[in-house]
Design a protein around this ligand. Structure first.
Ligand code: PEP
Ligand code: MG
Length: 876
């Protein structure tokens, strides 16, 4: 028969799923001989039965009785006894730590009789009655779900009545009066008496813990943290020890090392003459644990030793709860301690150096996304704790920024010149906002998803960005925005958090990132382990240099259209787009050629012999057309084109779905001269740098948005012929590759045919997701977040690759590509290339590299090592 209740001496850490984290920790500590008050754990399987049937089985209840008897024997005390009563704590404990559920009931077992027993035993009437009134209050609140305020009214009423300033001024008689008042509250609210039978109290408490598994807060927390509902919680029933019996007692929480910076010393807080809840609830201010050393030198020594034993046993930093009763130490909990990224890295390196864990274990302990904390500025935690977010958008590019609101890119640049810090707010950004984006501390947009212009460009720059914040209504004209009916204007101080999407209407201090030597050490270990390459998406020498500094092994995507964002160039590319004839277009292209060649030279110089994938122009036209009168006027004056022509052409080029319009290779197929110009720049720059530095430059020319094999065939012909001509003219040569993006579902399906011309594939999972789902990248952010809220989608497929659906297209294309060309080079350059879960998928799918924005390169290196370690058994 299945066992539903385990005494602490029957379990172990390995039984975490059954006993919950707390129960397994208590069992393990008992097993290794540490001082743990005895007790038992009711399993998560019992919780599942409770959830299914809405009540506990008789078998389980019988088992609880039997274990209670054992507990009475071990403790030498009896439930409800008038001389030596057994009191217990009842705590929940799921396999994964889970706030939101019922947490703790202390002093269970107290009633009108046993309170006398406790008074006699401790020779302290006041203590006994104070414990009893606390118990009724806690039980009434968390088990009986009576509004806390009702109890507070009784308590405060008594204090007022007798003129007590502090709780400690209340006498035993006052406490008895309060207990009477509390009982009346229970009777009035529930129509029944406060349970006097300790066994009834215990059963009610156990039921309440199981019930709380399915309360709204707990369900929401599980949803937000991807915790399966089926896990269930366990219940721990443990003999009470008292930290509040006098000045020789106390309670505390501590970490074996600093959870803030990883420093190797016990770190925590302690409160003399108090129960655990006082520390957690912040009712009294605890002292640093170091002071315990002075107050209780013997106990401290014992505690320090226990901390070392636990850390060596678990081989990880521990977070512990303990109580000292009359000078004797008892351990109440131990678990792996939550820590900052800086602490995680220092602890991991120190433990490897001390031979406690292997490098592989160290790598697995660090949360890749947490590394973000180290690469970007963060808010000062002290200031953040009192700040309140007024809106939430998508966490498009991590970091924290604070500054004054501006609504136009030019203003951002101007204000910056005047030494001001600004947050640039736009409905959505477009290429000509670039200078303003560079000048701003952070970018906030009302529209656009995780792959919108603002998001992609901000991530590339490592700049904080909150995108698609639909709660803000931007009025760029009047330089104001409205949030929940309140108007904010230019110059107002705001802060945004690109790591979680929060927006604050106040200034919050930021602290700069700091990279330690330990960081380089851990990432170096990751490089030794990982079996998938890490490249970067970079369109300029600055980003390329940043990425190389972060360890990028090549460029996986250079978006050439981004190279025309700068002020001086954008009119030139507009001229090219607006050209009516081939001749006009060739003329405009001539103007762009020197810029392109020079840009590529600079990028090659930074990258050296690392491969550089350059993608032919892929401008969604709506991002590049002149947007307003001023921009049309500028074109008109600069290129001497009549205004009517510009207006007519703009109307002609207007597309209803620019993302599905005349972009990508469709441009190179219809206007081969564009591909010719770009190829010329790519190859000439490579030959120049090769000549200058002697380094073999490795350009990889990538054709975007192929969905029809013939598209690639034709563009490749243009590329090859252009290169042949250059080689002949210059009498020089180099190796180059021509490949394509796989970003249209049809291309994935016809990958075998496409591979006849493509020497490499790079998966453009932004478009592949857009077109695979039929979700517009720029418009559906809000729908997707609603879908996630409603449980239609588990997560935003633009953030983490939809392995179930879009992943199938990737796998199918990998197979097709390899069938035709077994050595085909495979990579990914959609934003998913920087997402740890997607990186693991890419590794399993057999891709050679992932490419991500520069600031995600270190995260990708670590995630790639973890993917290798997690999958090493199934691979090869
Ligand atoms: C993609 O579609 O995944 C991609 C990398 O290209 P872009 O985001 O420039 O469309
Ligand atoms: Mg694309």
């Amino acid at each position: 028969m299945e066992k539903f209740v385990y005494s602490f001496n029957e379990g172990s850490q390995d039984m975490k799923n059954l006993l919950g984290g707390k129960g397994a920790g208590l069992a393990e500590m008992t097993k290794i001989g540490l001082p743990v008050p005895f007790g038992f754990t009711i399993t998560t399987s019992a919780c599942k039965i409770y959830s299914d049937k809405g009540k506990l089985d008789d078998e389980i209840i019988k088992d609880v009785y039997a274990h209670l008897e054992e507990l009475e024997q071990v403790a030498g005390k009896k439930f409800g006894d008038d001389k030596n009563p057994l009191l217990v704590s009842v705590r929940s404990g799921a396999p994964i730590s889970m706030p939101g559920m019922m947490d703790t009931i202390l002093n269970l077992g107290l009633n009108d009789v046993s309170v006398e027993g406790l008074a006699k035993k401790t020779e302290n009437d006041r203590f006994a009655y104070d414990s009893y009134r606390r118990f009724i209050q806690m039980f009434g609140d968390v088990v009986m779900e009576i509004d806390k305020k009702k109890f507070d009214e009784v308590f405060d009423g008594q204090k007022k009545k007798v003129g007590a300033e502090f709780d400690v001024d209340l006498t035993t008689e006052d406490l008895k009066a309060i207990i009477d008042g509390y009982k009346k509250v229970v009777k009035k609210e529930l129509g029944r008496d406060f349970p006097q039978d300790p066994m009834d109290q215990l059963m009610e408490a156990i039921n309440a813990v199981f019930r709380s598994w399915n309360n709204d807060r707990a369900i929401l927390y599980r949803k937000l943290n991807d915790i399966p509902d089926s896990l269930g919680t366990a219940v721990n029933v443990q003999s009470m020890v008292f930290g509040n019996t006098g000045n020789n007692s106390g309670t505390g929480v501590a970490f074996t090392r600093s959870p803030v910076n990883g420093e190797n010393r016990v770190f925590g807080e302690f409160l003399v003459n108090a129960q655990g809840e006082d520390v957690v609830a912040g009712i009294r201010t605890p002292q640093p644990i170091a002071e315990m050393k002075e107050a209780f030198p013997d106990v401290y020594r014992q505690f320090d030793e226990v901390a070392h034993i636990l850390e060596n046993h678990y081989k990880d930093m521990q977070d512990m709860e303990f109580t000292v009763e009359d000078g004797k130490l008892f351990m109440l909990q131990t678990r792996s301690g939550k820590r900052t990224a800086a602490a995680a890295i220092k602890v991991a390196v120190d433990m490897v150096n001390d031979g406690l864990i292997t490098k592989e274990e160290a790598i697995m302990r660090i949360e890749p996304d947490q590394i973000n904390q180290l690469l970007h500025p963060n808010f000062d935690p002290a200031e953040l704790s009192s700040a309140k977010a007024i809106a939430k958008g998508l966490p498009a590019s991590p970091g924290a920024a604070t500054g004054q609101l501006v609504f136009h890119a030019e203003d951002a640049a101007e204000w910056k010149k005047d030494g001001k810090k600004v947050i640039l707010v736009r409905e959505e950004t477009s290429p000509e906002d670039l200078a303003g984006m560079v000048a701003a501390e952070g970018i906030l947009t009302a529209r656009g998803g995780m792959t919108s212009h603002a998001a992609v460009v901000a991530r590339g720059m490592g700049k904080c960005c909150v995108a698609g914040c639909s709660a803000i209504i931007v009025d760029e004209e009047s330089r104001t925005m409205k949030v929940s009916g309140k108007v904010y204007k230019e110059g107002d101080k705001f802060s945004i958090n690109g790591t979680d999407g929060s927006v604050y209407a106040e200034e919050i201090k930021t602290i700069p990132p700091e990279l330690s030597g330990n960081f380089a050490t851990v990432i170096g270990w990751a490089d030794d382990i990982r079996q998938i390459g890490i490249r970067t998406n970079a369109d300029n020498p600055r980003d390329a240099k940043q990425a190389v500094d972060f360890g990028a092994e090549g460029i996986g995507l250079c978006r050439t259209e981004h190279m025309f964002f700068e002020d001086e160039r954008i009119p030139k590319i507009r001229r090219m787009i607006l050209a009516d004839t081939e001749e006009e277009r060739r003329e405009a292209l001539k103007g762009l050629l020197p810029y392109q060649t020079e840009d590529f030279r600079e990028i090659y110089k930074v990258m050296g012999e690392r491969p550089v994938t350059i993608r032919l122009l892929d401008p969604p036209l709506h991002e590049f057309l002149p947007h307003n009168e001023a921009e049309r006027k500028q074109l008109c004056e600069q290129f001497n084109i009549p205004m009517e022509v510009i207006e007519k052409k703009t109307i002609e080029l207007h597309e209803f779905n620019p993302m599905l319009g005349h972009r990508g290779c469709r441009l190179a197929v219809t206007y081969p001269e564009i591909a010719e110009m770009q190829t010329t720049a790519i190859i000439n720059a490579a030959l120049d740098v090769k000549k200058e530095t002697g380094i073999d430059i490795k350009p990889e020319i990538m054709v975007p948005l192929v969905g029809i094999p013939n598209e690639l065939k034709q563009v490749k012909k243009t590329i090859d012929e252009t290169i042949k001509k250059i080689f002949e003219e210059r009498g020089e040569k180099l190796d180059y590759l021509v490949g394509t993006m796989i970003e249209i579902p049809r291309a994935a399906l016809l990958a075998d045919e496409i591979a006849e011309d493509a020497e490499f594939f790079s998966f453009g999972t932004n478009d592949l997701t857009q077109m695979g789902f039929g979700f517009s990248r720029d418009d559906t952010g809000k729908i997707i977040s609603e879908y996630v809220d409603r449980g239609v989608l588990e997560e935003d497929p633009f953030q983490s690759l939809d392995q179930h659906g879009i992943g199938k297209l990737v796998e199918f294309a990998v197979q097709g590509g390899k069938k035709t060309r077994p050595n085909i080079k495979l990579g990914i350059c959609g934003e998913h290339g920087g997402d740890p879960k997607s990186i693991e998928f890419c590794y399993r799918a057999g891709l050679n590299y992932v490419s991500c924005s520069p600031f995600r390169v270190p995260i990708a290196r670590l995630a790639a090592a973890q993917a290798t370690l997690r999958n090493s058994e199934n691979k090869n």
